[in-house]
Ligand binder design. Structure first.
Ligand SMILES: *Cc1c(COP(=O)(O)O)cnc(C)c1O
Length: 416
């Protein structure tokens, strides 16, 4: 029988330089880790690797939280697991929105049946923490849920004071740090944040498909109050919590904690391949050192911005609150943004980002993250942008970008 399916060849994707807002190129060491042999989920060798991964991510999140592990799924799985486990129907949640991912938190919280209160900042801006504190005092939510870096607008919300304010009032804080973990400082314990989740495909330099998460003892206790062990698994420790059962089975963090904890109560089958990837991502972060890593992201972002401005482009958003690792750029008048992106792929095999919602067709987004937050990818991208913009008829200075960015690297890190 001839199906024609034999013409589908072995996987052999082109070598792209992925300079969008994520996913980005994975560290080769992460890809190698993913080709390691699989193990049974209760094999001692495997549970040791799970425990090591918990310890590694405690360091990455800068926390002592016992409950630090992985959710199997993309970053959105970490967000959904957090909200569905924290929010019972009718619970009040406050969501400050400063871009697309704030709207996503609202949508998920609504699906949880929560009573959702919102604050909105204009796109390109963030909130003053004093205004957030005043809103927390006014609304008195069970949970404050917000984004650290919202890649849709490339803005980073300051979070150093809000957590303490909330903790003093018994309000739990959830933070989506997908786009910033290991790229910008987010010391979970020092900032008194309760639940923080992320993904691998941004600053951590891995593939999407695993969501590191950490929960404070307070948050873990609230979630355990809703613990309802699956019937077929119920042993002597299966006394149900008094709280309403969590509406999702897959994202029931009470059950996921039992699976990662000493009882190893079966839930899903942890993905060995993604565990290896997440573990290697964290090892790379800690070998480099968190502070060195934040600095490398800051320098790469600064060099990129210097190059873009030298070329004559205008940067998007409030300069005081830009993410270190994703930059928004106004598409110049008369230039077709999509034509430039197509040319970048066709001529240079470089991907840069488009944008969503109110910014669609108006800005490009360029990421300088993880494996790509280094001199060669940044200079290569600027050289290619100069050529593609010139070819598309933009009036820019094509010779200025690379030297301007190179001089930032030269001044900041002679060795990078
Ligand atoms: C990239 C990103 C996500 C992505 O979620 P996925 O499920 O991994 O696609 C979530 N939140 C923020 C802030 C992001 O930047």
């Amino acid at each position: 029988m001839s199906t024609g399916l034999n013409r589908f060849g072995e996987i052999d994707p082109p070598a792209r330089l992925m300079m969008g807002p994520g996913p980005i190129n994975a560290y080769p060491r992460v890809l190698r880790a993913m080709s390691a042999q699989l193990l049974g989920q209760f094999d001692r060798e495997f549970t040791d690797l799970m425990n090591e991964t918990m310890a590694l991510y405690r360091a990455v999140f800068r926390t002592e939280n016992q409950q630090t592990f992985l959710i199997d799924g993309t970053a959105r799985a970490g967000i959904e697991a957090s909200l569905v486990s924290l929010l019972a129907p009718g619970d009040r949640v406050l969501v400050p929105i400063f871009g697309r991912f704030g709207h996503l938190l609202v949508e998920i919280a609504e699906r949880c049946g929560a009573e959702v209160h919102t604050l909105e900042a204009e796109w390109g801006c963030v909130f003053d923490q004093d205004d957030l504190m005043a809103a927390v005092d006014r609304v008195r939510p069970k949970v404050l849920a917000l984004c650290h870096g919202d890649t849709s607008t490339t803005m980073a919300q300051p979070l150093d004071r809000i957590g303490r304010h909330c903790r003093d009032r018994g309000v739990l804080v959830y933070v989506d740090s997908t786009a910033t973990l290991s790229g910008m400082a987010l010391p979970v314990d020092a900032w008194a944040l309760d639940v923080v989740s992320a993904g691998l495909q941004k600053c951590l330099g891995g593939p999407s498909g695993s969501a590191p998460i950490t929960l404070s003892d307070q948050a873990a206790a609230v979630i355990r109050g809703r613990r309802h062990v699956e019937k077929g698994l119920a042993g002597p420790n299966a006394e149900p919590g008094a709280g309403v059962r969590i509406r999702s089975n897959y994202f029931d963090l009470a059950m996921v904690m039992d699976y990662w904890g000493p009882d190893r109560l079966n839930h899903h089958t942890e993905s060995g391949t993604m565990l290896y990837a997440a573990r290697e991502c964290a090892r790379l972060v800690l070998e480099e050192g968190l502070d060195a890593r934040y600095r490398r992201h800051a320098i790469a972002g600064q060099a990129l911005r210097a190059g873009l401005e030298a070329m004559g482009l205008n940067l998007y958003g409030d300069p005081a609150h830009r993410m270190a690792n994703v930059t928004g750029i106004w598409i110049p008048d008369g230039v077709d943004g999509e034509a430039v992106r197509r040319r970048m792929i066709h001529d240079f095999s470089i991907e840069i980002g488009t944008s969503f919602g109110p910014l669609k067709g108006r800005i490009w987004r360029i990421g300088t993250m993880g494996y790509n937050a280094m001199r060669p990818p940044v200079l290569t991208t600027l050289a290619a942008m100069s050529a593609c913009l010139t070819a598309e008829g933009a009036s820019i200075d094509p010779a200025a970008a690379v030297p301007a960015a190179a001089s930032v690297f030269d001044q900041m890190v002679p060795a990078l």
